[in-house]
Design a protein around this ligand. Structure first.
Ligand SMILES: *Cc1c(COP(=O)(O)O)cnc(C)c1O
Length: 390
């Protein structure tokens, strides 16, 4: 597809390959395998001498369409879809790392990502140093002779710390390492890490790319030399995206920009309102001038995004009261949905982390995180005001 097309057009048109029926909407190919015209054709497909589908553990036309569209939006040479966001991160690590290698990762990563690097990959001889997300000198200081990968997530969850992508990319490249960015919170609509110097982007497509809380999915996008290695792992190990989920995500990408912009606008208004509420001691939102990395956020993101966190006075009891007083906002840890959600990180998403580690990373007992959806922002305010008044 013409790479000079606007992302708005690519989101609707990239990746379409019509079948013999000339269907208008993208077809869903629910098939696990493909037939060959002859023994010779089968051999050519298996060896890779001839391009084409073989078996859905490694390729399926619906999955390919989704990969093509997401690659176009990220400005990536190639993309490989995976069964979930976590399998995207695992597949990238398995593709790039071996025993003895070292990873530098930002603090405040998604809980399971932290566990994966800290507790699982460590069993196989891959060590990870976690550094304060916004301290560039700490990234530089953590480099070892066998540092192969830098892994960051920005804005971070749940405190919305903004990591300087270009700054970390320069340090990673100086060390001869690769920079991977988890772009789940911003999506390519608000932030394009590859243009800022990152080598590879990972996604939990479960969140904004689907956008309506229906399916799990993930992706790795970047240079073909990297995604080819990820595909080799996927082909062997099998954490592949199902065609049905790919089709949902493919259609979700069509409305991604208008959803992200509307949800971000709602989030900004809600963040401003929260900042003025008595009982709210601090609001964490990159779109607010009070955010410590507001200037950086406005440089590398198109807007503040749709995640707002805030501290309420009165610790866990007060925070739970806000949650239990809602009638509209869903009490769930999921995010990236058109439906707004609220969660208490200290007792849910970050509950498995020790209390000391949690406190050190700034996740207090009074912290609440809202993933702002598409409802009327006035109704959201009213839903929160009830609990804040108690
Ligand atoms: C949800 C999430 C993941 C993991 O994705 P799954 O699809 O749930 O496996 C990774 N990173 C971030 C930032 C997330 O929010």
């Amino acid at each position: 597809m013409n790479e000079h097309l606007d992302p708005d057009t690519l989101a609707i048109r990239a990746g379409i390959e019509r079948s013999q029926f000339n269907e208008h909407s993208e077809a869903l190919y629910l098939t696990s395998s493909f037939v060959f015209e002859s023994a010779a054709k089968a051999a050519a497909r298996f060896s890779g001498a001839e391009e084409g589908n073989v078996y859905a553990r490694f390729t399926n036309p619906t999955v390919t369409a989704m990969q093509t569209r997401l690659a176009a939006l990220e400005g990536a040479e190639a993309c490989v879809a995976t069964a979930s966001g976590m399998s995207a991160i695992l597949s990238l690590a398995m593709a790039l790392l071996q025993a003895g290698d070292h990873v530098v990762a930002s603090n405040g990563l998604f809980g399971a990502t932290q566990q994966l690097f800290g507790n699982i990959l460590s069993k196989f001889g891959v060590e990870t140093s976690f550094v304060p997300a916004t301290d560039l000198e700490a990234y530089r200081g953590a480099v070892r002779p066998r540092t192969r990968l830098f892994f960051i997530e920005t804005p971070s969850n749940p405190l919305t710390e903004v990591v300087d992508i270009a700054g970390v990319a320069a340090i990673a490249h100086e060390a001869g390492a690769i920079l991977a960015v988890d772009n789940c919170f911003c999506t390519p609509v608000l932030q394009r890490p590859l243009q800022l110097g990152a080598d590879v982007v990972v996604h939990s497509a479960t969140k904004y790319l689907d956008g309506q809380g229906r399916v799990l999915g993930g992706a790795v996008a970047g240079r073909k030399a990297i995604t080819d290695e990820v595909l080799k792992f996927l082909r062997t190990a099998g954490p592949t995206l199902s065609p049905f989920n790919a089709w949902i995500i493919l259609k979700g990408l069509e409305t991604l920009r208008i959803r992200m912009e509307a949800q971000s606008a709602n989030a900004l208004e809600l963040a401003r309102w929260l900042e003025a509420q008595p009982g709210v001691s601090r609001v964490y939102y990159p779109g607010l001038p009070s955010h410590p990395q507001h200037a950086l956020a406005m440089q590398q993101q198109k807007s503040g995004g749709a995640i707002v966190s805030f501290d309420v006075e009165g610790g866990r009891e007060a925070a739970w009261k806000v949650i239990d007083s809602t009638r509209l906002i869903s009490i769930t840890a999921n995010l990236g949905d058109t439906k707004s959600t609220i969660t208490h990180p200290a007792s849910t998403t970050h509950g498995r982390i020790s209390a000391e580690a949690r406190a050190a990373s700034g996740i207090g007992e009074g912290l609440l995180r809202i993933a702002v959806g598409l409802e009327s922002v006035d109704d959201l305010k009213q839903d929160l005001a009830r609990g804040l008044a108690r």
